[in-house]
Design a protein around this ligand. Structure first.
Ligand SMILES: Cc1cc2nc3c(=O)[nH]c(=O)nc-3n(C[C@H](O)[C@H](O)[C@H](O)COP(=O)(O)OP(=O)(O)OC[C@H]3O[C@@H](n4cnc5c(N)ncnc54)[C@H](O)[C@@H]3O)c2cc1C
Length: 526
C-alpha cells in the first residue's frame, strides 16, 4: 500500500507549487526531483566567484503575482524565507545607441508615456490607450491565464457580438510585427515594443500573437516586477520548506523514468534505479511531454496514435547564448542617470536590426549584430554580491543548431566576449575587461544538461504558436491538465498558459482536488 496520495514527477517551481496547494488540503504528497536540488528553472547559484549569486535561468518574477492562489500562499512562503523586492519606480530600460535618451518603463504609466513622447507623442498616446483598456478585461485575463483553457470558440463568441469586439478580434489575428508597425510610428518606439513582445519567443511574423500586447503593456504597470531577495531560487527554497512543513515529502536525486499503469489507470512511477512508488489518488507529470509520453509510457498503455500527436509537439528552434558576469561595478549606460536606475534592460536597435536577427536565426546562422537582454539584479538586491559589487546577466536569442555545424558550447565563450560584450560596450561606458571579475557562459547544450525539460536547450517549454496555445496546449483534447490515462495529470510550461514563473502548477492541483471532490465546483470554469 502506498504512503502517498499524490506523486509529482519534477521538482521545478510548478511541481512544488502544485504540491503546496495539495498539502494545504491535507493530501500526502511526494515530489520526485532528478537533481540534488529543487527549483528547475527557478534557481540561484554562485556561478562565478564566491558571494556572487546568479540566477542561471528564470529571474524576473512578474506573472506569479497574478496567480490567485499566490495570494494565500505568498504570506506562508514569507514565513519560510521568501521576500520580494519590487521595482518601485524604474522597471526596464530600453537604451538607444542611435538617438535620444532611450525609453524607460516605469511603474507609473504617465512617466513612461513621457519618455515615449520624447520620440513620438502619437506613440505615447497609443501606449496609454492600450494600458487604459486593460481595466475592462483584467479579471478575464487573470481567469483565462489561471484556469483550464476555454474552448477555441469562446473568445470569438465573447467578442463577435459588438463592433468594438470585432475590431479587437481582428487585431488579435495580427503578428507582433504587424501590430507594432500598425500602432506605433517611431522606429525606436517600434523596436522597444516589438523587442519586448519577443520575450516569450514568438517569431515577429507569427500570426495571432498580437493579443499579447493588450496584456504585456498594462500588466507591467498594474502589477509591477519583483525579484526574491537573495536570488530567484528563494521561491523554490521556500516552496519546498512549505511543502515539507505541511507533511509533504520532497525527494531529490530521483529520476522518474516510467509511469506505472494498471487496468488503464496511472498508479505510480518507476525511478531510474528501478524503485517503484505507487500513489493512492493521482500522479502528476511536471515534466516535458517527450519524457512523459514518448519514454514514460509503452505504446500499448496509451490511446492509438497518441505518441504521434506527442511527437508533433514543437519546442521550436531557438535557444539562448548567455553570460553571467561578476562585476566590480554595475553597467553605466550612456543614456543618462535614469537608465542606470533600471535593473533590467532590453537593448534593441531598430526594427530592421530585429528583422535581420530573426532572418539569421531562420537560416541557422550566428546572429551578427544581436539584441541584448541585460539584468544587474544587484542594483535592486545588494545581498546577491559582496559589498559594492554586482552581477550581470546578458543574453540573446540564437538558433539551436547552426548550419555550419559549429557547437554552441565550443563557440559560446568567444561569442559572448566578441559579440555580446562588444554590443553592450556600444551602450555603456564601463563594460571593460577590468570591470569583469568572473564569467560563466551558458548555451543550449548546458541548458539541456541542467534540466531534461529544457529540450535541446529551448527555454520556453514549447513554441507558442496558435496550434500550441490555449485549448491546443500541449495537445488538442488534453489541455485540461489530464493525460490520456486515468489518474495522470499534467503541469509545466508545455501546458496552458505556457512558460514563465507564474506558478501555473496550482491549476492542475485545483483539477485534482475537484476530481477528488475535495473542493466545491470551481467558479473559474468557462
Ligand atoms: C535561461 C532561462 C531564462 C528564463 N527567464 C525567465 C524570467 O526571467 N522570467 C520568467 O517568468 N521565466 C523565465 N524563464 C522560464 C521559466 O524559468 C520556466 O518557464 C519555469 O522555470 C518552468 O517551471 P517548471 O517548474 O514548470 O519546470 P522546470 O523549471 O523546467 O522544472 C522541471 C523540473 O523537473 C526536473 N526533472 C526533469 N526531468 C526529470 C525526471 N525524469 N525525473 C525527475 N525530475 C525531472 C528538472 O530537474 C526540474 O527541476 C526562463 C527560462 C530559462 C531557461
Amino acid at each position: 500500500m502506498s504512503d502517498y496520495d499524490v506523486i509529482i514527477a519534477g521538482g521545478g517551481h510548478n511541481g512544488l507549487i502544485c504540491a503546496a496547494k495539495l498539502v494545504r488540503e491535507g493530501l500526502k504528497v511526494l515530489v520526485l526531483e532528478r537533481n540534488d536540488w529543487v527549483g528547475g528553472g527557478v534557481l540561484t547559484r554562485e556561478l562565478t566567484l564566491p558571494g556572487f549569486k546568479h540566477d542561471p535561468f528564470g529571474s524576473s518574477h512578474v506573472w506569479i503575482h497574478l496567480n490567485p492562489d499566490f495570494q494565500w500562499l505568498k504570506p506562508e512562503l514569507e514565513k519560510h524565507g521568501l521576500k520580494y523586492i519590487w521595482s518601485e519606480d524604474h522597471i526596464t530600460g530600453h537604451p538607444n545607441k542611435y538617438e535620444g535618451q532611450g525609453i524607460i518603463v516605469y511603474k507609473d504609466v504617465d512617466k513612461t508615456c513621457d519618455t515615449i513622447a520624447e520620440y513620438s507623442k502619437a506613440d505615447a498616446r497609443r501606449y496609454r490607450e492600450i494600458y487604459e483598456e486593460f481595466g475592462e478585461i483584467k479579471d478575464g485575463v487573470i481567469k483565462g491565464m489561471f484556469s483550464p483553457p476555454a474552448p477555441p470558440s469562446y473568445l470569438y463568441q465573447a467578442l463577435e457580438t459588438t463592433p468594438e469586439g470585432m475590431k479587437r478580434l481582428r487585431d488579435y489575428q495580427l503578428s507582433s510585427r504587424q501590430f507594432t508597425l500598425e500602432n506605433f510610428e517611431n522606429d525606436h518606439v517600434r523596436a522597444f515594443i516589438l523587442g519586448w513582445a519577443m520575450a516569450p519567443q514568438h517569431l515577429p511574423d507569427q500570426l495571432g500573437t498580437a493579443a499579447g500586447f493588450y496584456v504585456m503593456i498594462p500588466s507591467i504597470h498594474y502589477y509591477g516586477q519583483a525579484i526574491p531577495e537573495g536570488g530567484s531560487g528563494m521561491l523554490s527554497v521556500a516552496l519546498r520548506r512549505y511543502v515539507e512543513a505541511n507533511g509533504g515529502t520532497v525527494r531529490t536525486g530521483a529520476t522518474v523514468r516510467k509511469f506505472i499503469t494498471d487496468n488503464g489507470a496511472c498508479r505510480g512511477v518507476r525511478l531510474e534505479d528501478g524503485d517503484e512508488i505507487l500513489a493512492r489518488q493521482a500522479v502528476v507529470s511536471a515534466l516535458d511531454p517527450f519524457q512523459t509520453f514518448l519514454t514514460g509510457f509503452e505504446d500499448d498503455e496509451l490511446p492509438s496514435g497518441f505518441k504521434d500527436t506527442v511527437s508533433n509537439f514543437s519546442f521550436g528552434d531557438i535557444t539562448i547564448a548567455r553570460v553571467h558576469y561578476a562585476l566590480n561595478e554595475a553597467p553605466d549606460f550612456k543614456n543618462g542617470a535614469d537608465m542606470n536606475k533600471t535593473a533590467f534592460q532590453r537593448i534593441f536597435g531598430t526594427v530592421a536590426d530585429i528583422d535581420r536577427q530573426y532572418q539569421e536565426i531562420a537560416a541557422r546562422q550566428i546572429p551578427s549584430d544581436p539584441f541584448l537582454w541585460t539584468a544587474a539584479w544587484t542594483t535592486m538586491d545588494p545581498t546577491r554580491a559582496p559589498d559594492g559589487k554586482h552581477t550581470l546577466i546578458m543574453d540573446t536569442f540564437v538558433p539551436v543548431d547552426l548550419a555550419n555545424g559549429e557547437d554552441w558550447e565550443a563557440i559560446g565563450p568567444n561569442y559572448c566576449r566578441e559579440v555580446l560584450l562588444k554590443q553592450l560596450q556600444n551602450y555603456t561606458t564601463n563594460m571593460t575587461e577590468d570591470n569583469i571579475l568572473g564569467e560563466y557562459v551558458e548555451t543550449g547544450p548546458s541548458l539541456a544538461r541542467a534540466n531534461l525539460c529544457f529540450h535541446r536547450g529551448v527555454t520556453t517549454g514549447g513554441e507558442r504558436t496558435l496550434s500550441q496555445m490555449g485549448a491546443f496546449r500541449p495537445f488538442p483534447n488534453y489541455a485540461n491538465y489530464r493525460g490520456p490515462v486515468k489518474g495522470l495529470y499534467l503541469t509545466g510550461p508545455s501546458c496552458h498558459p505556457g512558460g514563465g514563473i507564474c506558478g501555473m502548477g496550482t491549476i492542475a492541483a485545483g483539477e485534482i482536488l475537484r476530481d477528488l471532490g475535495a473542493v466545491d465546483e470551481d467558479d473559474f470554469d468557462f
